[in-house]
Design a protein around this ligand. Sequence first.
Ligand code: ADP
Ligand code: ASP
Ligand code: MG
Length: 406
Amino acid sequence: MGLVVQKFGGSSVANTERIRNVAGIIADTYKAGDNVVVVLSAQGDTTDDLIEKAAELNPNPSKREMDMLLSTGEQISVALCAMTLEGMGLPVVSLTGWQAGVRTNSAYGDARIKRVIDERVLTELDKRNIVIVTGFQGINKYDDITTLGRGGSDTSAVALAAALHADLCQIYTDVDGVYTADPRSVTGAMKLEEITYDEMLELASLGAQVLHNRSVELAKQYGVNLEVISSFTKQPGTKVKEVVKTMEKLHVSGVAKDTKIARIALVGLSDRPGIAYKVFSLLAKKNINVDIILQSIGRDETKDISFTISKKDLDAARQIIEENREIIGFDHMTISDSVAKISVVGAGMVNNPGVAASMFEVLYNAGININMISTSEIKVSVLVDIADADRAVQVVHDRFFSEFGR
Ligand code: ADP
Ligand code: ASP
Ligand code: MG
């Protein structure tokens, strides 16, 4: 007998019929003899709806109260699913994040799981109960509810799988695996049979929504046997693992798009030591992550620095920079939130220096202007106008996947 963790996303539990379908998948796994821990997301658009509801009453609610609110969506799902399984005559118990021992730090809205105290879940499994846990939430040292950031139920599932030493962690969603690009918007996107943790981590961090990036980080750290699979079809899914057999053939494993970013440019900074330090230490103090950074060559004793951040941090970044205008010393600041980052990811890229040039060439041929560039051993990212984003992903995807093939 093994232990399987099965996570179902929002669209998989969106309505009564979908919950019945999910209960069927869980029941089959249980009846085959395995112990089953289930992690559920909130139904459909519930989390978005709750965010809207909050904004109607207070445009700027505290993060603590937001977490109290948003955690309720998942609670509805687990109770409904548990009742469905009860109705099928199966032994089942639903648990909130805190009942399941999910301990996080105190960063409301973006909390990190610190540990999972697995006692309660193990007790329930010993009784041969199916255990259904709310995704996306935990509890901090003040006994307050925290949430893990949008899409965080994947991370709940992987953390539980790691803590319980599960044999398999299945992420059930509305596509049948990880594709070379978002199959909903890119023509010709191809399903990957398997992908390495490292490449999946890059794709997830660069905008491929299919897995929460921290779930991949945890899976790699604890060697969790991870699979992305559809709750709608019976197709085989994509395995996420340390080493994949086809790796050597690959130049590129996927193309990702991130539209949740903004660019800030500080123009007319003085060209002397310590300026970059001043700007970025202010942002770091506010926990604002900076991504691509571009600094111009100094001229007339001034220089410009532009950088990208997450859209959600834009107001905070603008405020801290304006408050420190005198200390930093710059002529003016320009802000654009109509930009998108397009990235190509692939472990084989390190031995193929032509990848970046090929990407730039197809963007040039499509008349798409590149605003910023950043590269690492396994990715090349460019910043383009948001209006060009979908076309950019398509032409870049066509370039790598129709010519080199897999
Ligand atoms: P869930 O609600 O199940 O967590 P998400 O909406 O968070 O599902 O993630 C699944 C979605 O991710 C898919 O519907 C798809 O549009 C999107 N997606 C983006 N990039 C990829 C990719 N490379 N492969 C598969 N799906 C992707
Ligand atoms: N319900 C949360 C969200 O919509 C968490 C998740 O679905 O993973 O972001
Ligand atoms: Mg998701």
